[in-house]
Design a protein around this ligand. Structure first.
Ligand code: FAD
Length: 395
């Protein structure tokens, strides 16, 4: 005899646990299964162990999705304020960092403990190290095999996340389920990920590894972010690069304003008037890390000579160079280090109100498995909470 549940949720990550708690509160019998040993592994390592669990300012434009309106309903049914209220109810201390980002003051473990406490209901069961297979549609819902055991459910919720960090149990299983039931996919790629550089750039900039500067970076589609850019031994990283990587496709360039807070043309003209014999290297080293300027001179991008030898046209060109420093990434570090997966289950096939597949009653997708990726800053977890919550109301 097959074990019967109202709802089976595949994936005990952020979205799956949220959905389990909500469906359980409605009195639905819920089984959450995961192939990993324990719940919420990505939550535990997120935000440097402090989990950037949401943001004070959440809106649809903080998300990358082929349908930019899709996220609106879920984000309004379960808002960042709802999650903050849950955090407060559980007595978790949190702090605000730049750009409204909210982190646990103590540890991400508290978020997992909170979700497990919310799931601590007679209606909710959890099973780990479970291999899910043989999913099929039945008259009243779905049947599936968990290891060797046959299980049946009315609603099946796919909360298997994206492909980033395979070490933490990421698999394409959710995509395979979507395809099995005829849902379309948006091609996947790594997002919120460092750039790698072509050999020549990589070799030149590798010695700047560890240097961070505030910058504004623009993608070819006009999207811009302003945060720190970090040189690494393999390429470019830092929050501004992670953000723009979600708007970059191979072959494209990005434009970096290395001096977003000043008008370099005006500044260099003033320096030339005041200190005509000062070298370009010494002048620019007052504005940017000296090693960066030296590398740009060594590469032949800049010529070091006294300021008085630069005419106004040279100075305009130099200002353009620094305000529109153009770099062509070779690629990204890929899923190994990416924080999210861009693409996934096409939201066209899903109800934005419930997360249910339009053509397959009872089948739900929540969290990162679908074509919704947030900016850096707590937006991805907010999507997991909001989409998990709404599916939990209907599954
Ligand atoms: P996950 O949390 O990935 O959960 C999916 C679950 O499904 C996992 O437990 C997995 O084991 C299970 N699973 C997968 N395949 C199978 C299978 N075949 N069978 C059974 N179970 C399966 N976002 C933020 O908003 N703030 C942050 O601070 C932040 N920091 C991050 C740091 C890192 C290093 C990374 C990688 C990501 C970070 N993110 C952050 C993104 C965030 O972690 C994810 O967007 C979020 O966890 C997605 O939730 P989810 O429930 O959809 O998927």
């Amino acid at each position: 005899m097959a074990d019967k549940f109202d709802v089976v949720i595949i994936g005990a990550g952020a979205a799956g646990l949220m959905c389990a708690a909500e469906a359980g509160k409605r009195g639905r019998s819920v089984l959450v299964v995961d192939h990993g040993k324990k719940p919420g592994r990505k939550i535990l390592i997120s935000g440097g162990g402090r989990c950037n669990f949401t943001n004070y300012d959440v809106a649809a434009n903080n998300y990358v999705c082929r349908n930019p309106h899709f996220v609106k309903s879920a984000l309004s049914q379960y808002t960042n304020w709802d999650f903050i209220a849950m955090i407060a109810k559980h007595g978790i201390a949190f702090e605000e960092r730049d750009h409204g980002q909210l982190f646990c003051e103590d540890s991400a473990k508290e978020i997992v403990a909170m979700l497990l406490a919310e799931c601590d209901l007679p209606t909710v069961q959890q099973r780990y190290q479970v291999d899910v297979h043989d999913i099929a549609k039945t008259e009243s819902g779905f049947s599936l095999k968990l290891n060797t055991e046959q299980v049946e459910c009315e609603s099946l919720v796919v909360a298997t996340g994206g492909l980033s960090m395979p070490k933490l149990g990421a698999t394409p299983f959710g995509y395979q389920i979507a395809e099995q039931f005829g849902l379309k996919m948006v091609p996947t790629t790594a997002g919120l990920v460092p750039f790698t550089l072509h050999k020549e750039d990589k070799e030149a900039f590798a010695e700047l590894s560890g240097i961070a500067i505030p910058a504004v970076v623009e993608a070819e589609d006009g999207t811009t972010f302003r945060e720190n850019l970090l040189f690494t031994h393999r390429g470019l990283s830092g929050p501004v690069v992670l953000q723009i990587s979600s708007y970059w496709t191979p072959g494209q360039k990005v434009t970096v304003d290395l001096l977003p807070d000043l008008d370099l043309e005006e500044t260099l003209n003033a320096m030339r008037d005041k200190h005509p014999n000062q070298s370009l290297k010494n002048s620019l080293s007052r504005l940017l890390p000296k090693r960066l300027i030296e590398v740009l001179i060594e590469r032949g991008d800049l010529v070091d000579k006294p300021l008085k030898q630069f005419n106004p046209k040279d100075i305009t060109a130099m200002a353009n160079y620094f305000h529109k420093w153009t770099i062509a990434p070779n690629g990204t570090e890929g899923y190994r280090t990416a924080e999210v997966t861009l693409g996934g289950v096409d939201t066209d096939g899903l109800s934005s109100k419930t997360m249910e597949a339009k053509q397959v009653p009872g089948l739900y997708f929540v969290g990162e498995v679908m074509d919704v990726s947030g900016w850096l800053g707590g937006y991805n977890f907010q999507w997991a909470w909001s989409s998990g919550f709404v599916a939990g109301q209907y599954a």
